[in-house]
Design a binder for this molecule. Structure first.
Ligand SMILES: Cc1cc2nc3c(=O)[nH]c(=O)nc-3n(C[C@H](O)[C@H](O)[C@H](O)COP(=O)(O)OP(=O)(O)OC[C@H]3O[C@@H](n4cnc5c(N)ncnc54)[C@H](O)[C@@H]3O)c2cc1C
Length: 417
């Protein structure tokens, strides 16, 4: 097999499709342990609240390509590099000439939530679990969500939009702590409160109670809360357990360089599964990065001198059912913060700068110019002006600010998810 891809999420699917385009005479086989591949994981909350039908979840339809084989519902159990083969859970083996690992992440489950056999406890990661939650929810509408990161906040926003009572528990003192400053997060918190989500910030789940085999209550910060459905959204870790004996992991991480090549020249990797070592051990955990990385890994597979990833960031756009949000980069220690606010309009925009260069920021409530700010951050232009002006959502400010930005000619390069 010319190319084998592990994982049919966005990174793996983009890798397989890009490989077919770039190397049209070569064959590709994609293996995934879920029964469906090529769906928008990002839309699972809208699917679970029944505002999105299942057929709208898929970004890929089978094209009947004889050089593209999909093996779904089968897990890769191990990688035998000496034989250049994968061992699958059905006992078969697949040989490869080149391999792309795009096995994504798996949810972290706090021990207290993992009590075996209690019905009504769901993670938010796969279509199979989302289908089960979708069926369960109408009869069990008292929802608690553990984790106020991106997945938990999106799930809370979309369930609350359908008048489902939701309590959201976050151990830090503000929501989206991996993405936003406490000031920027305030708008997301107010938005959820307006939608009747109950927030327990600075709280952790301590215990759960069941009745007749189903979840009935949870205890957080000493307080019992009724709960008939529990969503666990307490973060993810790269899913690389099947590589334990492959010799590819370092301290448990699947490390790649900026060309997405592992320590084995025939094996590349992309998406949530990887740790990029040339950038302080960086895993972006975003859809746009997983897509771009999948494409690059596929192109690089047969190149004598692979290309490096040109844009490596956590930039991410999302809509929390009525609140638009763009994360340009997490708060950076030592960076100067510039802020633009318009409280009456529900707008908060901030940039972090070091030495005249944008190194992060967030746009909440008004995401105008997100593409341009992202582009300026990515090229690292020094900006010789008052940063707060950049934050005012007026397009004409830009042309005079940065010579490279003027060249951009209003072409947005930002990829919303
Ligand atoms: C509910 C939710 C909302 C999100 N919202 C946003 C958002 O708004 N914006 C954003 O940027 N990001 C968002 N994300 C994150 C984004 O979805 C991920 O960053 C992205 O899906 C990662 O893609 P991936 O292909 O690397 O991994 P995945 O999508 O996790 O795909 C990996 C695939 O590999 C398969 N696999 C794993 N191990 C094996 C094995 N051993 N054998 C065979 N197959 C295997 C898995 O079954 C899976 O199908 C969200 C995530 C979730 C869960």
């Amino acid at each position: 097999m010319d190319c084998v891809v592990i994982g049919g999420g966005v990174a793996g699917m983009q890798a397989a499709l890009s490989f077919r385009k770039a190397y049209s005479e070569k064959t590709v086989t994609l293996v995934d342990n879920e029964s469906e591949v090529g769906y928008y994981r990002t839309l699972l909350p809208q699917f679970m609240n029944r505002t999105l039908p299942e057929n709208k979840l898929f970004f890929w339809q089978d094209q009947d390509d004889p050089r593209f084989t999909i093996i779904s519902g089968v897990r890769v159990e191990s990688l035998e590099r000496e034989n250049r083969a994968l061992v699958l859970s059905d006992g078969s083996q697949i040989p490869y000439r080149r391999l792309i690992i795009a096995s994504g992440g798996r949810p972290v489950i706090p021990p207290v939530c993992g009590a075996a056999g209690i019905a009504g406890v769901f993670t938010v990661r796969s279509l199979t679990t989302a289908r089960a939650a979708r069926v369960w929810l109408p009869q069990h509408p008292e929802v608690v969500i553990v984790g106020g990161g991106l997945v938990g906040v999106k799930t809370a926003a979309y369930l609350a939009s359908q008048d489902i009572p939701v309590t959201l528990i976050e151990k830090e003192n503000h929501l989206l702590p991996q993405a936003l400053s406490s000031q920027a997060a305030k708008l997301a918190e107010e938005h959820l409160l307006r939608n009747k989500v109950q927030l327990l910030l600075g709280s952790t789940i301590e215990d759960i109670q069941s009745s007749s085999g189903s979840i009935s209550a949870i205890k957080a910060s000493g307080q019992w809360v009724n709960c008939r459905t529990l969503f666990v959204a307490a973060g993810s870790v790269p899913e690389v357990t099947f590589l334990a004996d492959s010799g590819l992991l370092r301290e448990g991480n699947l490390e790649v360089n900026r060309a997405l090549q592992t320590t084995d020249a025939n094996i590349f990797a992309a998406g949530d599964a990887v740790t990029i070592v040339e950038r302080d051990n960086f895993t972006p955990w975003t859809w746009p990065q997983a897509a771009v990385q999948g494409q690059l890994a596929a192109h690089n597979l047969y190149l004598p001198a692979p290309f490096s990833l040109s844009c490596l960031s956590r930039v991410n756009a999302m809509n929390l059912h009525g609140l638009s949000l763009v994360v340009l980069g997490i708060p950076v220690e030592g960076a100067e913060r510039c802020v633009y606010t318009n409280p009456a309009a529900g707008v908060y925009r901030e940039l972090y700068q070091v030495d005249g260069r944008i190194v992060g920021g967030a746009l909440v409530g008004d995401i105008t110019n997100a593409g341009k700010l992202h582009w300026m951050m990515n090229i690292g232009d020094r900006i010789d002006t008052d940063f707060t002006e950049l934050l005012e959502p007026r397009l004409e400010t830009f042309a005079k600010m940065s010579p490279s930005c003027a060249k951009l000619n209003q072409r947005a390069v930002f990829l919303p998810s």
